[in-house]
Design a protein around this ligand. Structure first.
Ligand code: HAM
Length: 436
């Protein structure tokens, strides 16, 4: 494209078939959210940087290196703001700011763009979109299981069948502190064999070493102490009830005792959904979530239990089965195209089209009069209309309704009692619908 201006690296345009598929997935999800009693929340794309420093955690990759930040204004001493890298901290900020916790539980879902300055590759973008939800005010394990059911239902509603839910518990804060000491002790013994990244993580947050992709680190992790052996009685009872609930609700999960998640706010139940189709390559996390009972008070609200999940739209679309994509593209085709050469025919067609479209039929029509029959048929092929309504002068005068199936070429003819232009548009449309 020579000197043409292109989109920013890692930030893509959305159009055509992908946009239609996106709309299909989003509308399925909205139906599920509504059935589960969730309301939508939209927070701004820009928030103060401190929200994520306190909310997501100073040691997380997001805060350390991935935020797009700039000054709120040109005024001296202006605060630093960032493009939101995730949705949970903003939703908690909104809950606290508007004191929406006065009537509990609060159940919110969101859909929208997030921004992370990561190295773009397949399934990883700098502008990506999440669908997510957060629930506030319920501490029982029943909600943990229902949360997982919602995640499973959201994905299944879009026709996805190649995913796995991995589940773990992080215990309570005290449990994690005891565990961190044990872990630090263990990793210190292997410090010189760890990768530089894991060495740097060791003192800040040794749990993050489990996220390392380095093979040497992984083999050291294989013999590391497991968090599950440090969980206190309360968190343990919660965990057991969660697993029981999952079984009762038919959730297909796999235990992963090494799952820690990369954000600092989690406690107790954490989970990640991974793609098993192999279509996503290295970026195979479809979504993740968990409990974060301390975050609301950390951000200035009352002590309040909370749990949530977010998944990536782009990755979900990449892992959809071919059959769903084909079905969607077939359903998105025009129901009808209009072949109306001639001025009079065009005038009648305009009224028919207007009426059929008001009945939610998807109709293709060239609004410019005077196109030849051949041209209009070519257009119908190009637009992949399912059927064409032939409105020639002969058909109109003799009251002949003629519909051609563009796939098989088969024609259906119905002779009406009067010429087409003497029948009411409502009646005529009804007759057309009958032979579609
Ligand atoms: P997260 O694991 O950072 O969690 O992101 C959730 C999902 O967003 C990922 O599993 C992935 O599908 C998608 N995602 C993340 N980064 C990118 C990227 N650069 N490109 C494409 N997709 C991406 C959270 O954000 C938490 N707020 C989830 C949560 C909600 N926890 C509790 N409530």
């Amino acid at each position: 494209m020579g000197n043409g201006i292109q989109s920013v690296r890692g930030m893509d345009d959305l159009f055509g078939e992908k946009a239609r598929l996106w709309f299909f997935v989003e509308s399925k999800m909205r139906q599920v959210f509504s059935a589960y009693g969730y309301d939508e929340i939209r927070t701004p794309l820009v928030e103060y940087e401190t929200l994520f420093k306190r909310g997501v955690g100073e040691t997380s990759d997001i805060v350390q290196k991935e935020m797009y930040s700039f000054l709120e204004s040109d005024a001296e001493g202006a605060a630093k703001v960032v493009l939101r890298p995730e949705g949970t901290a903003p939703v908690v900020r909104a809950l606290v700011e508007h004191k929406s916790y006065q009537q509990l539980p609060v159940k919110w879902f969101y859909v929208g763009p997030m921004y992370r300055k990561e190295r773009p590759q397949k399934g990883r973008y700098r502008q990506f979109h999440q669908y997510g939800f957060e629930v506030f005010g319920e501490k029982g394990a029943g909600l943990d299981a229902e949360t997982l059911l919602l995640v499973q239902t959201l994905l299944e509603s879009c026709g996805l069948n190649t995913f796995e839910i991995q589940l773990n518990t992080l215990g309570d804060l005290e449990d994690r502190l005891r565990y961190k000491t044990a872990l630090l002790d263990y990793f210190s013994k292997h410090e010189s064999s760890l990768s530089p990244l894991s060495q740097s993580r060791m003192h800040k947050n040794p749990l993050r070493i489990f996220d390392s992709k380095d093979e040497g680190d992984q083999s050291i992790c294989n013999s590391a102490p497991l968090l599950k052996d440090y969980i206190g009685p309360e968190a343990k009872a919660h965990w057991e009830k969660t697993l029981q609930g999952c079984q009762e609700l038919g959730i297909r999960y796999k235990l992963n005792h090494k799952l820690v998640r990369g954000l600092d706010y989690y406690c107790r139940t954490v989970f990640e959904v991974t793609d098993t189709s192999g279509k996503l390559g290295a970026q195979n996390a479809l979504g993740g979530g968990g409990r974060y009972d301390g975050l609301v008070s950390e951000l200035g609200g009352p002590e309040m239990p909370a749990i949530g999940f977010a998944g990536g739209f782009e990755r979900l679309l990449l892992s959809l089965p071919e059959s769903i994509i084909e079905k969607q593209s077939a359903e998105n085709r025009f129901d009808l195209g209009i072949i109306d050469p001639g001025e009079n025919e065009h005038r009648l067609a305009a009224q028919i089209v207007k009426h059929l479209r008001s009945k939610q039929l998807k109709v293709d029509w060239d609004p410019e009069a005077g196109k030849s029959f051949k041209n209009l048929i070519k257009r119908a092929d190009r637009m992949k209309v399912k059927k064409s309504l032939i409105l020639g002068s002969q058909e109109i005068e003799s009251g002949l309704l003629k519909v051609k199936d563009m796939g098989s070429g088969q024609e259906t003819n119905v002779t009406l009692a009067k010429p087409l232009n003497q029948i009411s548009i409502e009646e005529l449309s009804q007759e057309i619908c009958k032979i579609l």
